[in-house]
Design a protein around this ligand. Structure first.
Ligand SMILES: *Cc1c(COP(=O)(O)O)cnc(C)c1O
Length: 386
């Protein structure tokens, strides 16, 4: 299906709501029935019937259909956060005594889910360097059921070879799950490479305006139905109809936003790479990137997120640099309209927490939708203090 069809029309039965261009927010918890027969039938398939909004809500369903189509997947389930979607996808595929292989540099709350939360329920794990296929394969045990990938990872931008990982998972009968947030559904196609389940947060590019938290799992009809009937209905991590409508609105401009942020970020990454105060730039589509060939092969574009190391000789210099920036906000997250910096010196010296192993001159940068030349000017004047 054409991308424009998905973003503008798919799932929108306008004749059912006065031909309104924008879909209604069906703000209801509950649905009533005319007859006992209809009522009885609704229980047959709660994912498709209109029974109760913890299961299916018409506004959420529009979003579900659009994201499944963007992912080139048979079906999808939308959640109230990306972390909720990740937890549901993993929990659905393990039981006590099973073992998970997961990439070491995964998102912090994924790491927490696997290393400490699921550990309480007797699920074992091994973290691996996702760049190393033989390390991944060597970590697989008789009781391994899940291979959890995140490519690229969102701070250090480490890729896994997705075709090779999917083949390893198939060979050992594992469910492969990817957190594919970085490249958005537009620029990386996990299912075409053989992955079983793909997860995205909607809080980043899919909504795109830094005003909603949400998440999604996509996969085959069978796998999605299994998650729906157990984890989705039991844990109740659903998104509200209002927030689903916000994400539908965000999706209208997904293609435009992704093109803009990708082009601006690559331009700024190139500019930074030539700057004398920059030690290194980590952008998967720069030829200097260690996994450049793989990045070109499995990602069409990279979006707006990349990292760099600044040639600063003290944390104070890093602080001075950040203090001088006028156009970038200091913040976690990314994928909105606004440019952000996540300085890793912020993770050094947090009371009661060990320092991160990532050096303090490391900075994650997100390029938003502003004029890239305006952002370059800001970076240039701030780098003067380093
Ligand atoms: C933000 C993020 C998540 C978590 O999503 P939430 O919607 O904040 O729960 C998971 N994975 C990656 C890569 C992220 O960047």
């Amino acid at each position: 299906m054409h991308l424009s069809e998905i973003l503008n029309h798919l799932g929108e039965d306008r004749e059912n709501y006065f031909n309104a261009v924008s879909p209604p927010i069906i703000q209801t918890s509950n649905f009533a029935f005319k007859t006992l027969g209809e009522f009885r039938n609704a229980f047959v398939d709660e994912l498709e019937s209109h029974l109760y909004s913890r299961g299916n809500n018409p506004t959420v369903k529009i979003l579900r259909q659009k994201i499944a189509a963007l992912e080139e997947a048979e079906d999808a389930l939308v959640f109230s956060s990306g972390s909720g979607a990740i937890a549901n996808a993993v929990i659905a595929n393990v039981k006590s005594g099973d073992h998970i292989v997961c990439v070491q540099a995964s998102y912090s709350w994924t790491f927490n889910l696997i290393s400490s939360f699921l550990d309480r329920f007797g699920v074992e794990h091994t973290f691996v360097d996702g760049k190393n296929l033989s390390e991944i394969e060597a970590a697989i045990k008789d009781n391994t059921t899940v291979l959890f990938l995140e490519s690229p990872t969102s701070a250090t931008l480490e890729l896994q070879d997705l075709e090779a990982c999917a083949a390893i998972a198939k060979k050992h009968n594992l469910i492969s799950i990817i957190d594919a947030t970085y490249a958005s559904p537009l620029y990386q196609k996990p299912f075409a490479m053989g992955i079983d389940l793909s997860v995205h947060t909607c809080s980043k590019y899919l909504n795109g305006h830094s005003d909603v938290i949400g998440g999604v799992i996509s996969g085959s009809k069978i796998m999605i139905k299994k998650i729906f009937e157990s984890e989705y209905m039991t844990l109740g991590g659903i998104i509200s109809p209002y927030e689903a409508a916000m994400i539908i609105r965000g999706l209208r401009t997904l293609e435009l936003r992704m093109e803009r942020t990708s082009a601006s970020a690559l331009k700024i990454a190139k500019w930074l790479e030539d700057h004398p105060k920059i030690e290194q730039v980590y952008h998967p589509h720069l030829p200097s990137f260690p996994q450049y060939e793989l990045a070109k092969k499995q990602m069409k574009k990279c979006g707006g997120l990349f990292s760099l190391k600044i040639k600063a000789d003290s944390i104070e210099k890093m602080e001075a640099f950040h203090a001088r920036l006028k156009c970038f906000l200091l913040a976690v997250s990314w994928g909105g309209h606004e440019s952000l910096l996540l300085p890793y010196c912020a993770f050094h010296g947090i009371p009661g927490r060990p320092d991160t192993t990532i050096p303090w001159n490391f900075v994650r940068i997100y390029i938003g939708l502003e004029d890239p030349n305006w952002l370059i000017e800001d970076l240039a004047q701030a780098l003067e203090v380093v």
